[in-house]
Ligand binder design. Structure first.
Ligand code: DGL
Length: 260
């Protein structure tokens, strides 16, 4: 059975992953992208791991129905909480998002990592911090969960009037890691507030996606599913194959909105 090629889906709890989407679009022009923001349930950061998994899993089931070529989980929180579970369940490649702790720690000194509560409490994130400390003993990490910041950005970023610096912890770091894709919208505010380099993982994700797509191309655009059938082929993309939503408030950004 030939299954039509269905592009790449981006997922986040809300608008945060659009920053990832935009970085990937800058580098990858010849690919169909879908964006799904679950802003009915955003923010995710104060929810339980099980709750987060159930929302992400529901979106991924739709991606599977769309026969996507791969998914960018453009959400640190969902990656931290459930990327392994999703990878075990779904056949398509899943590119996760991880706080750029390693490149920041490489500089040494005080590194302040800002992330959601669910991310900071996850084993995956804590393992990453342990690795960074082992690899770069000159770095001192402080981890701060910002329970209200992603929600404030989700609700206020478009007004242009909100004071986001009120959510930032008092500190004098040598580097900051933005461990949530929502925070990237206020990268300039953060840089001004702390006057130090600010790291995010978007460029790394875009490179990884480009690499994954190149590999798929080399392998004749086919990535085998569990049953040995090609999951992705060079067939033309299906028409009208944009994500719909039963919940009308879910944010859907369609490819044509980004077409140059
Ligand atoms: N943008 C997400 C992240 O990268 C989720 C933030 C939230 O929904 O709390 O963690």
């Amino acid at each position: 059975m030939r299954i039509p090629y269905g592009g790449v889906a981006f997922f986040d709890s809300g608008i945060g992953g659009i920053t990832v989407f935009a970085e990937c679009r800058k580098r990858i022009k010849d690919e169909i992208f879908y964006y799904y923001g679950d802003n009915v349930h955003a923010p995710y950061g104060n929810r339980s791991a099980e709750e987060i998994y159930s929302y992400v899993d529901a979106a991924f089931a739709r991606f599977r129905r769309l026969r996507v070529k791969g998914v960018v989980l453009a959400c640190n929180t969902a990656t931290a909480v459930c990327v392994e579970r999703l990878r075990a369940k779904y056949d398509f490649p899943i590119i996760g998002t991880e706080p750029a702790v390693l490149p920041a720690a490489k500089l040494g000194g005080e590194v302040l990592v800002l992330a959601t509560k669910a991310t900071t409490q996850s084993e995956r994130f804590q393992g990453l911090c342990r690795l960074a400390t082992l690899r770069y003993p000159n770095a001192r990490l402080s981890i701060v969960a910002c329970p209200d910041l992603a929600g404030a950005i989700e609700n206020n970023i478009l007004t242009g009037r909100h004071d986001f610096s009120q959510y930032l912890p008092a500190a004098s770091p040598n580097a900051i890691v933005l461990g949530c894709t929502h925070y990237i919208y206020i990268k300039d505010v953060v840089a001004r507030h702390y006057n130090c380099p600010v790291f995010d993982g978007n460029e790394g994700i875009a490179k990884r996606l480009a690499f994954t797509l190149r590999q798929a191309k080399k392998d004749d655009f086919s990535i085998n599913g569990r049953d040995g059938q090609p999951l992705v082929t060079t067939a033309r993309p299906p028409q009208n194959c944009f994500l719909g939503s039963e919940k009308k408030r879910n944010l859907l950004v369609f490819e044509h909105m980004f077409a140059k």
